[in-house]
Design a protein around this ligand. Structure first.
Ligand code: SF4
Length: 375
């Protein structure tokens, strides 16, 4: 699945390359539209792609018959409201230190609180760049319980699994995680109901694919006849990926191709897969707006379940209401664009966000607000 992307260039500023790429895209879109009369809807599954597309401004060069939709690949955006509420419940417990990546700080719970506001009110909440730093905090604070917020996809899960394994080996017993990991392939199934979906092709996440390998997506063209290209995150990677998708459609030959072959192979990263397998197991997971998807998440396996913060603090799952009027769910399913939301850029902005798509640095609403304005 190594594919030569004839537009590969590390330089977005290479305007001649970009202009040739857009000419080729326009030509292919016109040919396909002439045959089908239908708009081409590509979904960029990953939030990092969403941000790269918005930041580059490439959307304005696309013909109107080509649309790019965001998908369920922003970890903060897909975390269910119930799970956000459960995290905030733990943050409110005495003698707990919450450790987290920064994106989770401003995601609001059902009652309007977030980790940021709880920290202002005295909760001990610390933003880290690596979960391994949480182990040092645990060693230095033996009288406290240290909880790392474990949300993310196959990219994040290995390092958090490694951290749990270290805690186990070093007998650090005051360290816990919230095991809320999600898997990308089952999410693709959720946006592809049999019959009736409007996705013409997927730009698949480069970093997740480094871990799981290209063959993890083979079911998409096989079962759903939808073209797939794994792309890197430079603008010319994405442009090249779109070009490859269009060629697959034109040739009526859906398959999984890898534009990002400098990092992705067929089988993925075996070491990362091994540590995930050692510490985690596949389970159903709750997704924002989608609900429970069978075998779409990773939780701690029996040998490591004592590190599960929800179990230790006996925080159960319960029904939580998503913010009224927020359409994050539709946006991550490719059914709406941020500008379709009546709150976008008015009541909801990055500094005072209603839903997670405006909070996360990978959220579609944040990307549109920052780079594309209201359209
Ligand atoms: S603009 Fe705000 S309220 Fe609307 S969908 Fe996005 S995050 Fe939700």
């Amino acid at each position: 699945m190594k594919v030569k992307n004839k537009f590969s260039s590390p330089l977005w500023s290479d305007s001649l390359m970009a202009s040739n790429a857009f000419k080729e895209i326009k030509k292919l879109v016109a040919q396909i539209y002439a045959q089908t009369g239908e708009t081409i809807n590509f979904m960029e599954v990953c939030g990092t792609h969403t941000m790269a597309i918005a930041a580059s401004g490439m959307r304005k060069f696309f013909p109107k018959e080509l649309k790019m939709l965001s998908g369920p690949g922003c970890p903060v955006c897909v975390t269910s409201q119930c799970d956000i509420d459960r995290i905030l419940a733990i943050a409110g417990i005495k003698d707990v230190i919450i450790t987290t990546f920064g994106d989770m700080m401003r995601v609001k719970g059902s009652d309007g609180k977030d980790l940021h506001s709880m920290r202002e009110q005295g909760a001990d909440i610390r933003v880290l760049y690596s979960p391994l730093d949480a182990l040092s905090i645990a060693v230095e604070n033996k009288d406290k319980k240290i909880v790392f917020i474990g949300v993310g996809f196959e990219t994040t899960a290995p390092i958090i699994a490694q951290t749990v394994f270290h805690a186990h080996s070093r007998k650090i017993n005051n360290f816990f995680i919230t095991p809320l990991f999600k898997l990308v392939p089952p999410a693709l199934k959720a946006v592809l109901p049999e019959g009736g979906h409007k996705i013409s092709g997927f730009i698949l996440p480069g970093h997740v694919s480094v871990i799981i390998g290209a063959k993890a997506y083979a079911f998409v063209p096989k079962k759903y006849k939808v073209p797939c290209v794994i792309a890197g995150f430079e603008p010319m990677d994405i442009i090249g990926g779109i070009n490859l998708l269009l060629i697959q459609i034109k040739n009526k030959s859906p398959k999984v191709e890898t534009e990002y072959f400098r990092a992705v192979n067929m089988d993925g990263n075996k070491s990362a897969q091994a540590i995930m397998k050692k510490v985690l197991k596949i389970a159903s997971a709750e997704w924002r707006a989608i609900g429970s998807i069978e075998k779409s998440g990773l939780v701690l396996n029996d040998a490591f379940k004592r590190f599960d913060a929800f179990k230790f603090f006996k925080i159960k799952q319960y029904l939580s209401k998503e913010p009224k009027g927020c359409i994050c769910g539709k946006i991550i399913m490719g059914q709406a664009l941020p500008a379709d939301c009546r709150f976008f850029g008015k009541e909801c902005t990055p500094s005072d966000a209603i839903g997670p798509c405006m909070v996360s640095s990978e959220g579609a609403c944040a990307a549109w607000f920052k780079y594309e304005g209201q359209k």
